[in-house]
Design a protein around this ligand. Sequence first.
Ligand SMILES: [Zn+2]
Length: 427
Amino acid sequence: MVKMKLRNRLHKVDNIAGATVTFQDAKAATVLTATSDAHGVASLNLKPLANGAYTCEIEAPNVSADEVGPALATTAPVPDRIYRPVTLIVKIAGGIINSAVPADPLTATVAVSASLVNVDIQPVWMKSAQSSGRGKPVSMIIVHHTACDLGPAVSTFLSEKGPHYMIDTDGQIVKWVPDARAAWHAGVARWDGHADVNERSVGIEIVNKTGPYPEAQYTALLGLLDRITTAFSGIDEWNIIGHSDVGTNSDGKLGRKSGDPGAQFEWSRLEAKRLGLLESDGPPDINIYAGFFNIVASGSLHVGDNDSRHHFGGANHKDIAGHPVRELQEDLVAIGYSGRISGRRFRGENAGCGDGVPRTFLCRRTRTKSSRRAGGFSNGGDDQECGGPGAGLGRSALVGCGAGALARVVLLLLSPQPGCPVKPSLA
Ligand SMILES: [Zn+2]
C-alpha cells in the first residue's frame, strides 16, 4: 500500500481528513478512489494498476477554485478550512508512485518517497479564532505587513486575532475572517474622526518581514482590492490606507504602527489603479503652508519652530505669510489623520516618538466645507479629472497639488524624533 498524506501547506500540523482521492487513467476512466482518514492519510493499493501516467484529483471536504475575496466562506456553517482542489500528474510503476507533480504548482507542494507521498495543499480559508459583529458599514481597507515570516504570522492569526486576508510571498491569498464581520487587525486606531476603525474596515496583512514586496504580492493585492471595493461600494479611494496611517496610542497620537506596511511598500501602484489615493501632479502651490518649501527648499519644520515669528529651519524668513503649522495640521486632520489642530507645535500631537509615518500623502483631498485659504489646494482641472463634487464624491473633493514637496513636509513632521525606538510588531 502506498500512503498519501494530505496536509495544510501553510500549517502542516493540519491533517486533511475526509478528502477524496481519485485516480484516472489516460482515457479518463476512474481506476481507484480513496478517502483520507483522521490523520490525513489515504491508503492506495496501486498494485492492480498498469504502469503509466494517471491523473490524481484530490478534493478536501471544502474546496474552492475561485479567486479569494468577499464571496469566499460566506455560506453557513463556515468550515474551519477551505482548500484548493488539486490535480496531480502521477507516474506509477510496479505499484508505487515514481513521480507526482501538481498541474498547478500554486495548489500544492508534493514530496514523493517509496511508500509515502506528502501532498501539502494550499488553503484559501483558515478560520480565525476571533471576529465580532460590525455594526457599521464597511468604508475602509487597512493594508498591513506582518513584520515577520509566514510561520509566526499563521500561528498568530489562528490563535489570536487575524486579519480578513493575508497575502503570502508567492501572491497566494488566504482569508481568515468574513468581510461581514469585524476583525481586530487595526487595534487602537483612528481615521477620519472615527475611533471604530476595526468595525468599519477590512484588514489585509501582507507577509513581509523586511525589504521590497514581490511583484506577485502587488498583483494579488490589486486584484483583492478590486474585488473588495466592488463588493462594498462605500469604500472611497482615500480610505484605502496603511496601518501606519491609522494606528494610534490610546490618547489618539499617531505612531504606534510606524512602518506598517513601511517605506518599501509602493503606494503608487495602488494609486495608479485608483485603489488608493490618486497620483497628483503639478508644481507645489506657493500659497499652501505659506509656500514654505518654495522659499526654504532645504528647511525643515520641527519641534521648537516658532512659526508665529516665521522662524523655520534655523532662519528667519519674514516674507512667509500665513500659518504653515496650523495649515498643515488642518490638512492632516482633513485627510483623516488623528491629531489636534493647535497651530503651535507638533510635539506631542503628530510628531512624537515613533511617529514615523513613512507613507504620507497630503494633496488630493480637501474640504468642501471650508476654503480657508485663498488660492489653496483648489485646482479645477484635477477636480474634474479625479472626480470632484460633480462626480458624486459627496463631502470631499479630490484635488491636485505638488505631492513631492508636500509629502516631504508631512514626512518631516511625522518622522521619528532622534533616539525614539521603532519597534515593528505583528499586525
Ligand atoms: Zn498592522
